[in-house]
Design a binder for this molecule. Sequence first.
Ligand SMILES: [Zn+2]
Length: 115
Amino acid sequence: MKYQGSCHCGNIKFEAEGEIKDALACNCSICLRKGTLLWFVPATQVTLLTPRENITTYTFNKHIIKHEFCGVCGVQPFGEAVDPAGAPTFAINIRCIENIDPLAVPVHHYDGKSH
Ligand SMILES: [Zn+2]
């Protein structure tokens, strides 16, 4: 199925293909502060509907993960990195997906703090 998502102001809009069966809540320093519920999707299944220039990118620590957010409203709809096999992957914040109840999605807790 195809999901639509966006930041709060609409500066960043995207579509993602797949099935949201569960989400990951991570306790690393940044995820904990933001409260994101992440759904991992191969980049090939994600289409940006707004220009890449609309995205502000923050990196820290090893600078491997691109923590992306809207510079206008401050919401983070997704981040980007590569999976263990090296394939580009989006970590989509399901709180930014339309027409679903993100709080009804089963959440797995990931101990990112210790990794
Ligand atoms: Zn925005």
